[in-house]
Design a protein around this ligand. Structure first.
Ligand SMILES: Cc1cc2nc3c(=O)[nH]c(=O)nc-3n(C[C@H](O)[C@H](O)[C@H](O)COP(=O)(O)OP(=O)(O)OC[C@H]3O[C@@H](n4cnc5c(N)ncnc54)[C@H](O)[C@@H]3O)c2cc1C
Length: 355
């Protein structure tokens, strides 16, 4: 049977936000998530003020989930350190907890969720599932994250991509209230305190640095400790790494077919060093739901163009910030510029998508 209400593929922040907004608007979407249980995806767990506002609009209270307040940023390049207040209150929360809570809210609104089954391929309005079922829908919301799904290739994906890694560390009390960014050759390491008191360590780096270090995250951390002494003091004991390859920073979906709404990292991939990917995922989910509620499946191309335009400024400025942060010689000069009062706040504000 052909579904008239949207079929959402992916139960991360983008898919859940769309499902919640659709349900609040009176629709009956079906959400398909390949994992049976929430897990910690590769993410820094930084929620900016726009993400916090977006969550509130969806009826979520991140503070009740144990989100840790973040008021200041510390940026470290070699022996240089700058410390600045953020322009508004932000938070640290693990993706495990956030994704679980979003899916619980989705289910509480009566949305049907099928977990533990992956979509293998899209063919027009048909979805082929790993359990051999086929579903047909007038509107498909593609919220599968960074990588293309068979049958829905993405155009103009940049050749130069990054590798993402994540782990946790025991608590460092002096990180309470801070997001700490260590700039390294080809990437950065982000540290913040999450709801269980542990430190979320996320890392984005050029893939060749991992292979040059010997191919394992532990070997990479040993190599980074040599070039970033302040980082070396922090990172002993990281284990249980999760990884994501080929992250296409700076990419946006400018077009789509009628009926196919691309959300989250399928719509726009912002450089993670500015910490706004979750906000983009939430904003795109809500915007796509609004577009479908008003214009049905035919609204997809206009939604996609509109969202690409909305994401242009934050993504362009984030690319400038990433390009500077990843090059040690430029990074030292950039840190000097960021010392100017108001500069850190300006960059932080200009890289937000808004709620
Ligand atoms: C190193 C790094 C650090 C980051 N740090 C931050 C940060 O601190 N703050 C921030 O805001 N952003 C950060 N980001 C970005 C952020 O993680 C993403 O932008 C965000 O997760 C995008 O959400 P999404 O819902 O689009 O995709 P995802 O979170 O990737 O969710 C996709 C969901 O779809 C499911 N799925 C995938 N394929 C299928 C399939 N075939 N069938 C069914 N289900 C499927 C997956 O299991 C998953 O649950 C970081 C990114 C990286 C790489």
């Amino acid at each position: 049977m052909r579904r008239t209400d949207p079929l959402i593929v992916g139960g991360g922040p983008a898919g859940s936000a769309a499902a919640i907004a659709l349900a609040l608007g009176g629709a009956s979407p079906l959400l398909i998530e390949r994992h049976a249980e929430p897990r910690d995806t590769v993410c820094g767990g930084f929620l900016g003020w726009d993400a916090l506002a977006a969550l509130q609009r969806l009826g979520m209270d991140p503070w009740a989930l144990g989100a840790q307040p973040i008021r200041s940023v510390r940026i470290i390049a070699g022996h240089r350190v700058i410390e600045r207040p953020l322009p508004a209150l932000a938070a640290g929360l693990s993706r495990h907890t956030l994704d679980r809570a979003l899916l619980e809210r989705t289910a509480a609104l009566g949305v049907e969720i099928r977990r533990g089954v992956a979509v293998r391929r899209i063919e027009g309005d048909m979805l082929h599932l790993a359990d051999s079922q086929t579903l047909i829908a007038e509107a498909i919301f593609l919220a599968t994250g960074k990588h293309a799904l068979r049958g829905s290739p993405r155009e103009d994906v940049p050749r130069e991509t990054r590798l993402g890694l994540r782990s946790t560390l025991p608590d460092c009390p002096d990180l309470a209230g801070w997001i700490e960014l260590h700039l390294i050759d080809g990437g950065y390491v982000g540290l913040l305190r999450q709801e269980d008191g542990r430190i979320n360590l996320s890392l984005s780096i050029a893939a060749d640095r991992l292979s040059r270090a010997g191919g394992t995250p532990d070997a990479l951390m040993t190599m980074l400790a040599d070039e970033a002494p302040r980082l070396a003091e922090r990172v002993g004991g990281a284990a249980d790494w999760t990884a994501v390859a080929a992250v296409p920073y700076g990419w946006r979906a400018r077009t789509t077919a009628p009926g196919l709404f691309r959300l989250g990292d399928q719509a726009a991939v912002i450089a993670s060093v500015v910490g706004d990917g979750i906000a983009i995922a939430l904003a795109s989910g809500r915007a796509a739901a609004g577009a479908w509620l008003q214009g049905g499946a035919a609204a997809a191309p206009a939604f996609q163009r509109g969202f690409a335009a909305r994401a242009h400024r934050p993504i362009a400025i984030a690319e400038l910030a990433r390009t500077a942060a990843e090059r040690p010689r430029i990074a030292a000069a950039v840190l000097a510029i960021l010392q100017i009062p108001g500069m850190v706040g300006a960059v932080a504000r200009l890289t937000r998508i808004g709620p």
